[in-house]
Ligand binder design. Structure first.
Ligand code: HAM
Length: 421
């Protein structure tokens, strides 16, 4: 095949059928479960004022290196960015519309980060997620984590590990930050050059380094959990008790800091053990009790998560679960009289809620049957001259061995519906 003139931009992909159908099914399943738990869908813009995303953390990779930002054509031009995630947009929307809390929303859609593409890491990727704004009840944390946990299970995934941590709040954070800064500064000479720079901006981010030369220093660093105030500790213990109550297993992960700066208290990540790559985080979330206020809204606590659709599907491939859904086409209409009869038959079937497709171009019986087989439809409805004269079709079972039978055209939809049920 000749090299195409244009290709999808680096780090982006075309999702073609039938894979696109599998994604749609995943999103539909998430939507259903979120709605059952009282979340309503929020649809927010794909781009926002850059300032909305700056709140994700001035020292995070997402803000410093990965933003798809641009100026619009206004006078003066506005500095905008494609969304790298949706939590900030949801908080911006909350601050703008002031809905009655607690406000529970779910979302799905593409996110954009200018990353170095690799397996499971893209510049355009899809997330599904939820956010609950306006309550700091630890039960809301448990509810959120449980929704994520059960969603993976509903897809058939079995090899998911829940990693859990508490990142404290503004009352306990300063003492911890001081201890961490002192420890890392004392050991700065042993850190990678990149982490030495990060240390100046935000010591917490050093803990997120995946560089081998930082591992030893990070593994002996002071832990946030040792600095939690009584109130924050109690919050964390209630979250843990709730997970125990629901029988949801978790691993305490005291060095889990996440890639965004807005987190307070409960933080978590879901890792797919079947993915042998560095990109095995299939979802993550936590509390962000200061973000709405940061964006100009009233002081409002929040908790939520986002799950990476692309990586979940990779994990499903690795575990051999949640395979491509069956074709919606149930009857392939093969018309060897020229094609005009297929028009009416397809329409009748579709109007009865039965998926129907056909060939074009008046092709031979053999050629049309080949397409019928490829379509995945369980039945072919064959129309020849004899069928037309008698007002009938020949219905052929393409999968089983029940052979074929003549059926009055008027009974076709009802007959197929019965066979399908
Ligand atoms: P995040 O950890 O940055 O959190 O992203 C959540 C998930 O999105 C990741 O676990 C991963 O599965 C997927 N993901 C992230 N970047 C990429 C990429 N470049 N390619 C493919 N998949 C990717 C957030 O986005 C927060 N907004 C989550 C949250 C919601 N926290 C509170 N509420």
């Amino acid at each position: 095949m000749a090299e195409p003139t244009f290709k999808a931009p680096k780090g982006t992909r075309d999702i073609l059928p039938p894979e696109s159908g599998r994604r749609r099914a995943l999103i539909d399943a998430f939507a259903q479960q979120a709605e059952l738990a009282g979340f309503g869908e929020i649809m927010s813009p794909i781009f926002e004022d850059l300032g909305v995303f700056k709140r994700l953390g001035e020292s995070t990779d997402v803000v410093t290196k990965e933003m798809f930002d641009f100026f619009d054509k206004g006078d003066p031009p506005q500095h905008l960015a494609l969304r790298p995630e949706l939590t900030a947009s949801v908080c911006r929307a909350f601050a703008e519309h002031r809905p009655t809390p607690p406000w529970k929303v779910w979302y799905e859609g593409p996110q954009f980060r200018y990353e170095q593409p690799q397996a499971g890491r893209y510049r355009q990727f899809a997330q599904v997620g939820i956010e609950t704004l306006g309550t700091d009840d630890p039960q809301a944390d448990v509810d959120a984590i449980a929704l994520g946990w059960h969603f993976y299970a509903s897809l058939g995934l079995r090899e998911i590990t829940l990693l859990l941590n508490s990142l404290g709040d503004p009352t306990c954070r300063p003492a911890y930050m001081e201890a961490l800064r002192t420890y890392l500064s004392d050991n700065a000479a042993s850190l990678s050059p990149q982490s030495q720079v990060t240390l100046e901006r935000n010591p917490l981010r050093v803990l997120d380094s995946k560089r081998a030369e930082d591992a030893a220093i990070i593994s002996a660093a002071p832990l946030m959990v040792d600095f939690l105030t009584d109130e924050t500790r109690e919050h964390f213990e209630t979250v843990r008790a709730g997970l125990d109550q629901l029988g949801i297993p978790y691993e305490l992960s005291p060095r889990l800091v996440r890639g965004l700066d807005y987190y307070t208290r409960t933080t978590f990540e879901f890792a797919a053990d079947a993915l042998a790559t560095a990109q095995n985080a299939v979802g993550g979330g936590g509390r962000y009790d200061g973000l709405v206020e940061d964006l100009g809204g009233p002081a409002t606590p929040g908790i939520g998560f986002a799950l990476g659709v692309d990586r979940i599907l990779l994990a499903c491939d690795a575990e051999g679960v949640f395979t491509t859904p069956e074709s919606a086409v149930k009857v392939f209409v093969v018309d060897v009289t020229g094609g005009s009869h297929a028009l009416g038959v397809c329409t009748t079937l579709r109007n009865a809620g039965i998926g129907a497709d056909r060939s074009y171009g008046g092709r031979s019986m053999k050629a049309q049957m080949k397409v019928a087989d490829r379509s995945g439809a369980p039945f072919a409805a064959i129309i020849g001259e004899d069928e037309v004269v008698n007002g009938e079709v020949t219905l052929r079972d393409l999968r089983g061995d029940t052979g074929q039978q003549r059926i009055a055209l008027a009974d076709l939809a009802e007959h197929v519906a019965r066979l399908l049920s």
